[in-house]
Design a binder for this molecule. Sequence first.
Ligand code: PLP
Length: 437
Amino acid sequence: HASDPAAGDRARALDAHVFHSWSVQGQTNPFAIAGGLGTTVWDHDGREYLDFSSQLVNTNIGHQHPKVVAGIKAQADILTTVAPATTNLVRGEAAAAILAHAPGFQSVFFTNGGADANENAIRMARLHTGRDKVVSHYRSYHGNTGAAVVATGDWRRVPNEYARGHVHAFGPFPYRSEFWSQSVEQECERALQHMRRVIEAEGPESVAAILVESIPGTAGVIVPPPGYLAGLRELADRFGCMLILDEVMAGFGRTGAWFAHDDHDVRADLITFAKGVNSGYVPIGGVIVSPEIHETFSGRVFPGGLTYSGHPLAAASVVATLDAMASEGIVDNARRIGADVLGPGLAELAAKHPLIGEVRGVGVFWALDLVTDPGTREPVGAPVIGALKGALLQRGLLPFAADNRIHVVPPCVVTDDEAQQALAIYDEAFAEVGASL
Ligand code: PLP
């Protein structure tokens, strides 16, 4: 890839015309990405970076996978758009390809991304049960639309709290327990007891759904203890409400399984997805619908839809992505890299650098919980995270940072070599920043 600094200057100058998400406008980020391939991206000077952010944890198949790019191009020659009510071959193929990984489910409602997937799952649960409230977790992110952002359990909810009928409960988090737990088993039991009490106190007959991320992602890759998700299923059955599992970030390979909850012996009523289903090459998301909920709308209108629902270019990219992920063993690669390289490698870094309080994760979905003191577990502040981001970028690694954490989230196609290179870079960056404190 050729160096073209003038293009970089132009990209930065024109960025002033872009109103950015979740940002103070005018605080421009000088880092411009010109292109990418697999786990690597490069800037306009031709400098390469290992993309250990997967952008927003979405490029599960890596950048510019040739089969996915070819699938989009081929569909562009056939039909680039079609109304959502029209029968269309590639849309049906995409739905079938998704359902192949969700046995027992009936159909897929397509959206443009993850937020509107949760939005519509919530609506389905409300109409199916005739109830109103949605119980979700503090420490969660469900997207930036009306109900999804209010179901969210982080700072982004508070300035956007205009939807009604949302209730929050704490989920299990052994490292930072809200329940004074001494063990993972106790944390699981107490979190389930807390959830049960919240539903009882809210009035179970008013609760339409429990909505949780199978593994809370942006909140810190908080893998639930064994039995927690199955316990939520039992509560949903006991109180007659729906269980919605948000697999937007955790799904389609990130954990080394097609869905993160595949490892947790739990059945959802609705599964929401986006990101990894096509790595975001063309915007798409959706809701995977159980036969019971599908049946509710077989004789009555579902009052919801989107002009671009099941967009043909996006649908073609889903078909190509899922096909390539299966035939190239990409999901298995994520599992193996996590178990053999990233898991042990990150644990070694934690043993060496006192800044790293805990390493959590599975597959290519990891968080380093950074602390000022391993004893008190006091989270590090923004300056430490800023220094680490700078040190990583300077060494050619594109990081993902959230609150007091660095998330280690490469594409599922990451190779052993790339993972080893990244571990060496993290090691150097932690040494440099640790020494400066
Ligand atoms: N749900 C989860 C778990 C997410 O991580 C995200 C995005 O990060 C969303 C929903 C929202 O998805 P989107 O940004 O595609 O609307």
